[in-house]
Write a protein that binds this ligand. Structure first.
Ligand code: GLN
Length: 447
């Protein structure tokens, strides 16, 4: 992996921070010694992993790809990362992302763009673009990403890797720098379904330090790695195949559904209403939460502080003006607006009601189906520079992923072919809450 990083990182730029090579090798040796002594065992022992740069790592830069955290070294490690360390995984670096996970291309990073390893002219998707590009380029064996509205699934789809967003509450958010706290989840990005299930088994845990952590009964996700979908009920939302979906993506998704049908699954189309309201509801809720979460970055407690200022308010203003990028500022303003007096009911409350209705629509669908199948994104990876000029268009690209976060459901993206340019296409499988095993089983059988 270290050799591969040396060979391709100059082109791909998947990492914001790479740990010192000697230290990484020393860690690997320590783990090998433990394995030899019979003190450590398990599938992740000694495996090199990359971590998205919005997860705290003690003593190691954690920037959220923002200037405002350019010098931030946390004093503690995120619970999910700790779980990986316990399993013996070796952290080799922190991956690039859209600033504070706001974006779909990894272009809003303050530290330069990450390039799609399949075609360096194209974006890797986002916001976990660095993690997905690192896995696709062999610059680690797996990575952690975070998904607030699709940030694991969409870049996995663009980079031809497998990514899983668990049910809300399954992986601890302790040490994950918050974007939209009611939507954020950490999950694995890996080469295949087996790896994803194995990693999820290691990182999922009940954690009382995260007030929304859920104590689950089943953490045995790898038990779903059985090649059998006979009788599994799979629903395809008609609403996912309307306007805006690239015909090549559509064809690949329907072909994937056929594969599962031929293996014995019962596949049928159905109407999943309210999909069109998911984008406005998501952007209201995510921005509202972000505007509150990002209030802590004021130059006092963390990271960057402006140099020349007069008095406290001017220091706040200058620090935030200089420290945040354009997309983050746009969202703080949108969020502050929808939460402001007089607008709260009209926007924020309405968005919360929409969220509840979307959850209800999924509940109804899962009375009939074990898995919902569709695309992860309406298109394959766009060219670098094509997305940022029109934020609204970029937001519309999240159409298939964000309702999953609004409803707290698990979702997965699995590679299912490539377009005429050779760029990967991702199949999305969505399960009911706490039913990761259903999507893992379907994904494994498909793969
Ligand atoms: N693209 C979405 C956004 O910009 C989702 C990002 C995410 O999941 N972190 O908000």
């Amino acid at each position: 992996v270290l050799e591969q990083i040396e060979a391709v990182e100059g082109d791909v730029h998947a990492y914001v921070t790479l740990k010192d090579k000697e230290k990484v090798l020393k860690k690997a040796e320590e783990i090998q010694a433990k394995i030899d002594a019979g003190e450590l065992d398990g599938p992740l022992a000694g495996v090199p992993v990359a971590v998205k740069d919005n997860m705290c790592t003690e003593g190691v830069l954690t920037t959220c790809s923002s200037k405002i955290l350019s010098n931030f070294k946390p004093t503690y490690t995120a619970e999910a990362v700790k779980n990986l360390e316990k399993a013996g995984a070796v952290i080799i670096g922190k991956t690039n992302m859209d600033e504070f996970a706001m974006g779909s291309t990894t272009e809003t990073s303050a530290y330069g763009v990450t390039r799609n390893p399949w075609d360096l002219e194209h974006v890797p998707g986002g916001s976990s673009g660095g993690s997905c590009a690192a896995v696709a380029a062999g610059e680690c064996l797996f990575a952690l990403g975070s998904d607030t509205g699709g940030s694991i699934r969409q870049p996995s789809s663009f980079c031809g890797v497998t990514g899983l967003k668990p049910t809300y509450g399954t992986v601890s958010r302790y040490g994950l720098i918050a974007y939209g706290s009611s939507l954020d989840q950490i999950g694995p990005v890996a080469k295949d379904v087996t790896d994803c299930a194995t990693i999820l088994e290691a990182i999922a845990s009940y954690d009382k330090k995260d007030s929304t952590s859920v104590k689950r009964e089943d953490y045995d996700f790898t038990s779903a790695l059985v090649d059998d979908v006979k009788g599994m009920r799979i629903g395809i939302p008609r609403d996912y195949f309307g306007e805006g979906l690239d015909p090549e993506v559509k064809e690949a998704i329907l072909a994937a559904a056929k594969v599962l049908e031929e293996k014995g699954a019962i596949v049928e189309e159905f109407d999943l209403s309210l999909v069109e309201y998911a984008i406005p509801a998501y952007y209201v809720i995510a921005c509202a939460e972000a505007s509150s979460n990002l209030a802590r970055f004021d130059g006092v407690k963390y990271g960057y502080r402006a140099k020349d200022y007069e008095g406290l308010h001017n220091m706040y203003k200058k620090t935030r003006s200089e420290g945040f990028g354009a997309e983050v500022k746009r969202r703080i303003m949108l969020g502050s607006f929808v939460l402001s007096s007089g607008y709260y009911d009209a926007y924020y409350l309405k968005a919360l009601r929409t969220k509840a209705l979307i959850k209800k629509a999924f509940d109804k669908a899962f009375e009939k189906y074990d898995v919902i199948l569709g695309p992860a994104a309406p298109n394959t990876a766009p060219k670098i520079g094509d997305s940022l000029s029109d934020p609204l268009k970029m937001y519309l690209g999240d159409i298939y992923t964000i309702s999953v976060n609004l409803a707290g459901l698990p979702g997965m993206s699995v590679p299912c072919g490539r377009d005429a340019k050779g760029l990967p296409i991702g199949l999305q499988l969505i399960g009911d809450c706490f039913k990761e095993k259903n999507i893992i089983r379907a994904a494994y059988a498909y793969e």
